[in-house]
Design a protein around this ligand. Structure first.
Ligand code: FAD
Ligand code: AMP
Length: 470
């Protein structure tokens, strides 16, 4: 058979990976007159749109409705027996992903971005080889590596995607197990725990560290542990999973120095592996850390000045909105515009029941950084709007510098924490103080008043909260 020579195309910028990092950078560059090739080996939208943020939050929206429906009686609403159709929920999730993927394709085309479907690898500092639906070579002036991350697979308990699942394969389930064991109590493990427990699955979280959500600080970890326990989620901490055996009825999870845990299915959520292997980075001269993260500066430039890297592949924060922001910074640097990455005001949300959101420093981090801190914590149980809607669990907490009053960090656990955190991100990004927050009129009755009240408490001038005893 005669083999056609592979085509070679030239672009100003080649972007590898069409996740929230890569596609945002591509749009910014194309809008500023650059010819852009966006190379994607799988689906447009990357992890976030296809197997991450969007599908999980679509399923969690069902859980939120279920949560409210179960409490209907408290609102004086009489319901009959409540049932649900998990297969239909999965179908809706697929439809949401499909719809957003299509819109993204249209958006990229409208921006005159050339989408190349295939897997790219560097062959030299200015050339990529692409293999897949479209194969060929791409020559570029500048490149952005935005290849993301994948679920971390542990050889001792490798996923078979039938009984031992990861965060991607669990999204394909159309029926619920009776018992689910989740290995790893990070945010991904906790979100799935929340989702499945709401639909009556007996969930056990197995976490090696002394607490779940170890990265989020002690007070949030304790608050979620207490809430999860009330919801019937079993949490075993300080347990190291050493292996998973498949049994006739499900799985048996082998723990170090403890009795095994039996379940129908196991979800392995032990972290993410950075997707930098097989990219030929060494052929381009791009350096990586021991963990495979591409080393970048604050302009997202790698060790090779005309090659940039953004998103999960840089190993920092592993959040979609961080990837997108880094994409704008990298594109701006390529365009000769001023931009720099700062990480002091990165909001992070965990979509559990109750929701958790943080931004800026935790108390532990602020103390370690040498600050004398003032903490103002306001419980939702004292807020009119929360009492009206029966959403009184949780609190909003502001951390400020005792000397200047500058807001250093904020955390919130409770209803709509995901939306509430935006105000504090704006405050921290713009170096606002407690005073700025106190002078800002907050609409009543709203959940956002919790920030005002927390600031007043931190300031020592509480209004809707008892003053400190002298
Ligand atoms: P990705 O989204 O991983 O995209 C990288 C793309 O590159 C992929 O499409 C991949 O196919 C492609 N690619 C890789 N190698 C090549 C190659 N050689 N050639 C061509 N293409 C290639 N973040 C949040 O902010 N909020 C959330 O609620 C949230 N929920 C999550 C839930 C789950 C279950 C998971 C797994 C993640 C979640 N995340 C969330 C994290 C978020 O998905 C990632 O931080 C984000 O997708 C990273 O974006 P990225 O552009 O760096 O990489
Ligand atoms: P994250 O990195 O935030 O996704 O969280 C993953 C979690 O999995 C971390 O809290 C780890 O401590 C936990 N973990 C990793 N390996 C194991 C293991 N073998 N057994 C139990 N927990 C684990």
């Amino acid at each position: 058979m005669e083999r056609r020579p592979m085509e070679k195309k030239r672009f100003d910028v080649a972007v590898i990976g069409a996740g929230p990092g890569g596609y945002v950078a591509a749009i910014k560059l194309a809008q500023n007159g650059r010819s852009v090739a966006l190379i994607e080996k799988n689906f447009l939208g990357g992890t976030c749109l296809n197997v991450g943020c969007i599908p999980t939050k679509t399923l969690l929206a069902n859980a939120q409705i279920m949560h409210k429906v179960k409490r209907a009686g408290e609102y004086g609403i009489v319901t009959g027996p409540v049932t649900f159709d998990f297969a239909k929920m999965k179908q809706r999730k697929d439809a949401v992903v499909e719809k957003l993927r299509k819109s993204l394709g249209t958006l990229l085309q409208a921006n005159k971005i050339t989408i190349v479907q295939g897997e790219a690898a560097f062959t030299s500092p200015h050339e990529l080889k692409v293999v897949g639906k479209e194969s060929g070579w791409i020559e570029f002036e500048q490149a952005i590596v935005a290849t993301g991350s994948q679920p971390l697979d542990i050889p001792a308990f490798a996923c078979d995607h039938k009984k031992i699942l990861n965060s991607t394969s669990i999204l394909e389930l159309t029926a619920l197990p009776k018992k689910l064991a989740i290995i790893g109590g990070g945010y991904i493990g906790c979100e799935f725990a929340s989702l499945y427990a709401e639909f009556g699955v007996k969930v056990t979280i197995l976490e090696a560290l002394p607490t779940i959500l170890s990265l989020q600080g002690k007070s949030l970890a304790e608050a979620l542990t207490s809430s999860f326990t009330k919801q019937g989620i079993e949490i075993q901490t300080g347990v190291l999973v050493q292996g998973i055996e498949e049994t006739s009825s499900g799985v048996s999870i082998r723990l170090k120095d403890r009795s095994p845990v039996e379940a129908d299915l196991a979800l392995v959520a032990v972290g993410r592996a950075i997707a930098s292997k097989g990219l030929g980075l060494e052929k381009a001269g791009v350096q990586t850390s021991d963990k495979g993260a591409v080393i970048v500066n604050d302009k997202m430039r790698t060790t090779v000045p005309h090659i940039y890297a953004i998103g999960d592949v840089t190993g920092q924060f592993l959040l979609a909105h961080v990837a997108s922001h880094q994409g704008i910074v990298a594109a701006s640097a390529i365009l000769g515009l001023r931009a720099q990455m700062h990480y002091n005001a990165v909001p992070a949300v965990i979509f559990t029941e109750p929701e958790i959101a943080t931004v800026g420093l935790s108390t532990e981090q602020a103390v370690a950084a040498g600050y004398s801190v003032t903490v103002g914590r306001f419980p939702f149980a004292a807020l009119g709007k929360s009492i009206a809607t029966l959403d009184t669990d949780g609190f909003a907490e502001i951390l400020s510098d005792q000397k200047t009053g500058q807001i250093l960090g904020a955390q919130v656990i409770g209803h709509e924490a995901s939306t509430l955190i935006a105000e504090m991100a704006l405050a921290i990004q713009n170096e606002l103080t407690l005073e700025c927050l106190i002078e800002t009129i907050h609409a009543h009755p709203t959940l956002s008043e919790s920030w005002l009240e927390a600031a007043l408490i931190a300031n020592g001038t509480p209004i809707h909260f008892p003053p400190k005893r002298k």
